[in-house]
Design a protein around this ligand. Structure first.
Ligand SMILES: NC(=O)c1ccc[n+]([C@@H]2O[C@H](COP(=O)([O-])OP(=O)(O)OC[C@H]3O[C@@H](n4cnc5c(N)ncnc54)[C@H](OP(=O)(O)O)[C@@H]3O)[C@@H](O)[C@H]2O)c1
Length: 329
């Protein structure tokens, strides 16, 4: 089925309703993304139909757009996992939300994609109520990256006040939210980022910053309780000596490396590899942090739906500070 979860079409007076969406027929560069008309989905059991107002982009969007052999079958498909919008309709059995509610969430990763469209369906419990004081752009920027940071640092590492945490690519979508989540838990935060981004990260709460272009973090950092790796297996290997005995390295980019658990065990430290999951409790926690001001995503750029190719091209430079967001009128 080309569009998972969207076999049911909305109809009015027997006429199929359609919606604009960004789709692709082949893998390739940003130019394969095209604006198309598709049938509007209907919510199935336990699902919401959400009118999308904003959809954050993540590196997995451009990876899935271009690379074969990731998680999805071949295109055509509509990408996009982050969403903030308004509940248009609820499927049977939904008790937490009603039409008109403002919600935000991450569609189930990897197979629930489809938020680069005017409407999307997803399980009700992938969403939380959007705090009233937070706009759709900020809410749409947040879910996947914040849930990743939350699931790594809180659910997996269970970081505590006073612990030392090393966050790689601290200026990235995940990294800059991880800095804020770690600070909200009372941790001491060390981040790696290029020097031009240090002031911004200090303002977000980072205690120590390492310019990875001039300083080797593997020499500069010792005795951390937790490392969050966002760069890959080689970076994981180089990070192991920075941990205190019994410390934990959580990677979000080393799923296919079978050697790391043993390498960590040889050094008396622990290793975990994480793939973000749709998470109602996590979304509620993220909503609370946004509402309190403890979490505030940096918006690197905002693009209308039709300019999704431009946003993808900017994102895949791997240099953006914070999050790119697509808005849907
Ligand atoms: N497993 C999962 O569930 C999961 C979830 C989310 C993301 N991910 C993956 O995690 C990775 C990071 O995601 P993201 O959204 O944070 O990416 P991102 O926002 O695109 O990251 C961009 C940032 O990375 C920094 N950077 C690049 N190379 C660096 C290096 N060698 N050292 C330190 N910083 C460096 C850049 O800062 P400078 O300009 O200062 O270099 C830039 O600010 C991606 O590969 C993504 O696919 C996995």
């Amino acid at each position: 089925m080309p569009f998972p979860g969207r076999s049911l079409c909305g109809t009015v007076n027997g006429m199929t309703e359609t919606m604009r969406a960004i789709s692709q027929d082949t893998l390739g560069g940003p130019e394969v993304l095209r604006e198309v008309e598709l049938p509007r989905p209907d919510p199935g059991p336990s699902q919401l139909l959400v009118r999308v107002r904003a959809a954050g982009l993540n590196p997995t969007d451009w990876k899935h757009r271009a690379l074969p052999g990731l998680f999805l079958p071949a295109p055509p498909f509509v990408l996009g996992w982050d969403v903030s919008g308004v509940v248009e309709a609820v499927g049977p059995g939904v008790t937490l939300f009603a039409p008109g509610d403002e919600v935000f969430g991450m569609l189930p990763y990897p197979h629930g994609h489809g938020s680069l469209a005017e409407y999307v369906v997803g399980p009700a419990r992938a969403f939380a109520h959007k705090p009233a004081g937070v706009d759709h752009i900020v809410a749409g920027a947040t879910p996947l990256a914040a849930l990743t940071a939350w699931q790594a640092l809180v659910d997996t590492a269970r970081i505590e006040a006073g612990q030392r945490v090393l966050i790689h690519a601290a200026a990235g979508g995940v990294g800059h939210l991880a800095v804020q989540i770690a600070k909200a838990r009372g941790a001491y935060v060390i981040g790696t980022a290029s020097a031009a981004k240090h002031d911004h990260l200090r303002a977000l709460g980072a205690d120590e910053l390492i310019d990875y272009r001039t300083v080797d973090f593997a020499d500069a950092v010792r005795d951390v309780d937790v490392v969050l790796d966002t760069l890959g297996p080689e970076n994981c290997r180089r990070s192991l000596p920075t941990l205190r005995p019994g410390g934990l390295l959580v990677s979000i980019l080393a799923l296919r490396d079978a050697e790391l658990p043993a390498l960590a065990a040889e050094r008396g430290v622990r290793f975990a590899s994480l793939l973000v999951e749709a998470d109602h409790e996590g979304m509620r926690a993220v909503a609370g942090l946004l509402e309190s001001g403890a979490l505030s995503p940096t918006i690197a750029g905002v693009f209308p739906l039709a300019e999704a190719p431009k946003a993808h091209a900017l994102g895949e430079t791997d240099r953006t500070l914070g999050k790119l967001v697509i808005t849907v009128d």
